[in-house]
Design a protein around this ligand. Structure first.
Ligand code: FAD
Ligand code: EPU
Length: 338
């Protein structure tokens, strides 16, 4: 077991923020995790779990032991006439897992191609894109309970999934390390091409009868046209959630901004495109020194290199204030600020 001290986290977060961790350990098995957390020194330290570091903003050095989840392994748990339950180790790369499933013909997660990060983090904020969320295919997960060292199994209803939410972001925050996640994937795909520009991308690709791979390629090409590649420009995807607000309030906002992009979520509430709000408040493409708001997607804050987490956090506070002043709508950060 190798424990590093004062380890730079620069290459472990896609925002490219240079802070350090008091201790740093790579975890590739549950046994190693048990051994580490029964050690007297490390037991007392705060724990911070990291997967791909693609949904965090570090604002300070981490006075904790960082546990980098590298628990691997993909397994067919069950198969029947309709489909499969496939499990994957929490340290598997999400996009590689999606590609593996597509290759094997396991349908259901192709619309979530190219989302960065790990399998273990996928239930944490119930990742989603292009009309599918993890909750639509989630079967169960196993997680290491940090205070007791026990493995607990969570079913769908235990996770309390919502839009970019789960019990692991709220009530159980920091208590569990997710070691394995199982998804229910199908043999009879109900392909979802209706969301966003997928149909247009398929047309451009001259595809009339799409396969899982075609859908994945279409989603990848749309994402690449809008979102910055973290290998080139530091970012954590959408910095804010799309706010969900009551229709009666929304209708008042729409009197002044009739072209505001919204999506109904229930009879009483709608989701508002935060990217639109930020864009039309004049922030899109705005650069301050070496950080700013992305030029193609106003929901994405970017670090061109060398910015601090505090600077990006302060920029996000300015955006929240400005959007509130202009539209009366309060934005909430999606990224985990640490
Ligand atoms: P990390 O950033 O490492 O961790 C995120 C949080 O989860 C932290 O609080 C961490 O402590 C905790 N955590 C991580 N792993 C575990 C574990 N095994 N057990 C317990 N806690 C854990 N998200 C979407 O939903 N949809 C998108 O379309 C999308 N697009 C993105 C595009 C870009 C370019 C980027 C950079 C990010 C995007 N994201 C998107 C956000 C990100 O990809 C997801 O939130 C992803 O699930 C984060 O995975 P990670 O392994 O990098 O998590
Ligand atoms: N828009 C603007 N200006 C902008 C950005 C967006 O006017 O600068 C408008 C677009 O024209 C469109 C609407 O806002 O009408 C929505 O934009 P987009 O389709 O790009 O999606 P989004 O709502 O900004 C959400 C997710 C993404 C996910 C995409 C596709 C959230 C917070 N973000 O973005 O997830 O990939 O939909 O499903 O829900 C993430 O969570 O990190 C993430 C990237």
């Amino acid at each position: 077991m190798t424990i590093l001290e004062n380890q730079s986290l620069l290459k472990y977060n896609t925002f490219g923020i240079d802070v350090s961790a008091k201790y740093f350990a790579t975890i590739d098995s549950v046994d190693l995790l048990s051994e580490l957390l029964s050690n007297k020194t490390y037991k007392q330290e705060d724990k911070l779990i990291l997967g791909g570091g693609s949904n965090v903003l570090f604002t300070k050095n981490q006075d904790a032991i960082v546990l980098l989840n590298q628990i691997k392994g993909i397994k067919v748990e069950t198969e029947d006439a309709k489909g499969w339950t496939i499990s994957a180790g929490g340290g598997e790369n999400w996009h590689q897992f999606v590609l593996h499933c597509i290759e094997k013909g396991y349908a259901g997660i192709e619309n979530m191609s190219l989302i960065p990060g790990s399998v273990g983090a996928s239930p944490i904020q119930n990742i989603g894109a292009y009309g599918t969320e993890v909750k639509d295919v989630f079967e169960w997960l196993e997680a290491f309970h940090i205070p007791t060292g026990e493995i607990h199994r969570f079913t769908h209803s235990d996770c309390n999934f919502g839009y970019r939410e789960s019990v692991f972001k709220n009530k159980l925050k920091g208590e569990y390390l997710i070691t394995k996640v199982a998804y229910r994937l199908t043999k009879n795909p109900n392909l979802n091409t209706s969301y966003g520009a997928i149909n247009k991308a398929l047309e451009e690709m001259k595809v009339t009868t799409p396969t899982l791979k075609n859908i994945s390629d279409a989603v990848i090409s749309i994402r690449e046209s809008k979102l910055p590649d973290p290998k080139k420009i530091g970012n954590s995807g959408s910095f804010f959630k799309n706010p969900i607000i009551e229709n009666s309030i929304l209708n008042k906002v729409k009197e002044n901004y009739p072209e505001l992009t919204t999506y109904p979520v229930s009879d009483t509430h709608s989701k508002v495109a935060a990217g639109w709000l930020i864009d039309k408040a004049g922030w899109k493409g705005k650069t301050v020194n070496n950080y700013g708001v992305h030029k193609n997607q106003a929901l994405v804050l970017v670090n061109y290199g060398g910015a601090t987490g505090k600077e990006i956090y302060d920029l996000s506070s300015d955006i929240i204030r400005s959007v509130k002043e202009k539209y009366g709508i309060e934005l909430e950060r999606e990224v985990n600020v640490l």
